[in-house]
Ligand binder design. Structure first.
Ligand code: NAP
Length: 241
């Protein structure tokens, strides 16, 4: 069985590991990160060229099953996967790690998008730590709050209105505590990415009693099969052999 695995996450790498060598897996990466952590097995890099390009790829490569293990905020790729699967009849499974849940002591402020996060900041603090990724940085450009932004790849053009840190998770609690203290951060901004790779910042914010602006996930399309754990992909594929 030939499986196209849409990746770019730790879960996708784990799915590739679990399916290899029992399945013929091609992992697909968007190609944005210069030195990505690669999954085992075959990979392809770069976009498909929209829904039509993905449909073409599914047909040309005679893909039997499509697994979307992209990041919870990669909403465009997921929407394309849903549409292409529907139109070609290729079965689709979404892998989505659960979102984060507030614990006692957390001061979380949920918002729907980055623009609202930017406005919410001003009422919560004066020195913000942005962990929402380089693609969404522009939303914060006109805020009056001092900003420290952490990204995996350098944003282009380099923003002049914030201080930058280039780093890739996982991050430890000690690392996050030091960072928040050293930069005198009094408000944190995050997307509800979920998972453990980047959750230490939430623990650090709780410990330091810092408010957190949390951007809600885009909704998952209805009528799509969804699992939360990489191991569940194996079961799903077994029923399709
Ligand atoms: P997106 O906005 O949903 O997708 C934009 C376009 O990028 C898609 O239409 C597609 O181009 C291409 N693309 C995205 N993921 C792809 C993949 N796995 N393989 C091939 N093409 C892909 O995606 P994004 O939010 O920029 O995320 C890009 C990649 O980074 C994804 O693989 C995602 O898992 C990973 N990632 C994203 C975030 C995040 O916060 N968004 C965080 C960590 C990792 P075409 O239309 O040309 O096919």
């Amino acid at each position: 069985m030939k499986v196209l695995l849409l990746g770019g996450t730790g879960e996708a790498r784990e799915v590739a590991r679990l399916l290899t060598p029992a399945y013929d897996v091609v992992s697909s990466l968007a190609g944005r990160v210069k030195d990505p952590k690669l999954p085992v097995g075959e990979t392809r890099h770069g976009g498909f060229g929209g829904v039509d390009g993905l449909k073409q790829y599914l047909r040309d490569q005679q893909i039997d099953a499509l697994v979307d293990a992209t990041h919870p905020f990669a909403a465009t790729m997921t929407a394309h996967a849903v549409e292409a699967a529907r139109e070609t009849g290729v079965p689709l499974l979404l892998v989505r790690r659960p979102g984060w849940t507030a614990r006692p002591g957390d001061k979380w402020h949920w918002v729907d998008d980055l623009a609202t996060a930017a406005t919410a900041l001003a009422n919560l603090g004066s020195r913000a730590f942005l962990t929402t990724g380089r693609q969404g940085l522009k939303a914060f450009e006109h805020s009056n709050v001092w900003m420290l932004a952490r990204c995996v790849e350098p944003p282009e053009p380099t923003p002049t209105w914030c201080q930058l840190i280039l780093a890739r998770g996982p991050y430890s609690l000690d690392n996050e505590l030091d960072l928040l203290k050293n930069h005198r951060i009094d408000v944190l901004v995050t997307k509800d990415s979920g998972g453990e790779m980047t959750s230490a910042k939430l623990e650090a914010a709780r410990e330091l009693e810092i408010p957190v602006v949390v951007v809600r996930r885009p909704s998952v399309p209805e009528d799509v099969e969804l699992v939360t754990e990489p191991a569940q992909v194996v079961n799903w594929l077994e029923t399709r052999r």
